[in-house]
Design a protein around this ligand. Structure first.
Ligand SMILES: [Zn+2]
Length: 252
């Protein structure tokens, strides 16, 4: 009589496992439920989110610059502000649209993350990242969109110390794949730095500075950006980031 009872218990246990699997598949996960915009609770929460006040939108280049510099001071002091990453904040940004106060054209280097080193939050920065912080028509289009449609008052080209892309352009050689397109864009800066008589690490850093300057020149070739700059509604700025100190140097 013991064997059939064991079989019965085992069968019941198996059935319970199968059923619990079915139930878990049928029940939506909490995260999915929270993010589903068709969910009535989510719609209600979105309706109750606070409206972005127009006064919070930054339209002055000086004010935008100050916000970036203040953020970098907090970053270097290891005292970043706590960020509002809540559902309410995300819903607010979705409902009321984005109002970033600065465009950052930054090198893709993983140690140069604009939101971290400027200590800014969701919706604050419009970031264009590309190795060597070069400005080709593709990057330029992104900046024009931010300046023209989002009315962003400040455009920063963010280069950095010890840039791998600039170092590769200095070292020369045959780049693989499409890397040559980036190196070719950096090369004029290297040629100019060499003409200045720099060598070694000094050559790399001088090339980095001139490469930032060239990116700024490329930005100003855009009539859309140039017009806003002339009207003093927009400022373009070159900044170099120090990798270990975490500090910024305004280069142009
Ligand atoms: Zn770099």
């Amino acid at each position: 009589m013991r064997k059939p009872i064991c079989y019965l218990v085992a069968t019941l246990l198996s059935l319970a496992v199968v059923l619990s699997g079915c139930v878990s598949q049928m029940t939506p996960k909490t995260d999915k439920q929270t993010l589903d915009p068709n969910n009535s609770a989510v719609q209600e929460a979105m309706a109750q989110t606070t409206v972005y006040k127009r006064a919070e939108v930054i339209s002055s280049p000086d004010e935008a610059k100050q916000l970036l510099m203040d953020g970098n001071e907090r970053f270097t002091a290891s005292k970043p502000l706590s960020k509002d990453l809540s559902f309410t904040k995300r819903s607010d940004l979705l409902k009321n649209g984005q109002h970033p106060f600065a465009v950052i054209v930054s090198c893709s280097d993983s140690r140069v993350s604009p939101e971290l080193l400027f200590d800014q939050a969701l919706g604050d920065l419009f970031v264009v990242r590309v190795a060597g912080n070069v400005v080709t028509p593709v990057e330029l289009g992104s900046v024009e969109y931010a300046v023209d449609h989002l009315k962003v008052p400040l455009v920063v080209v963010l280069g950095h110390e010890g840039c791998g892309a600039v170092t590769a352009a200095v070292e020369g050689g045959e780049p693989h794949g499409s890397i040559g397109a980036i190196i070719g864009k950096i090369k004029p800066a290297v040629d100019d730095a060499r003409a200045m008589g720099t060598t070694g690490k000094e050559l790399i850093e001088a090339s980095t500075d001139l490469n930032i300057q060239n990116a700024l020149k490329d930005l100003l070739k855009s009539p859309i950006i140039k017009e806003r700059v002339n009207a003093k509604e927009v400022e373009v700025l070159g900044i170099k980031y120090d990798l270990d100190k975490g500090t910024l140097e305004v280069t142009h």
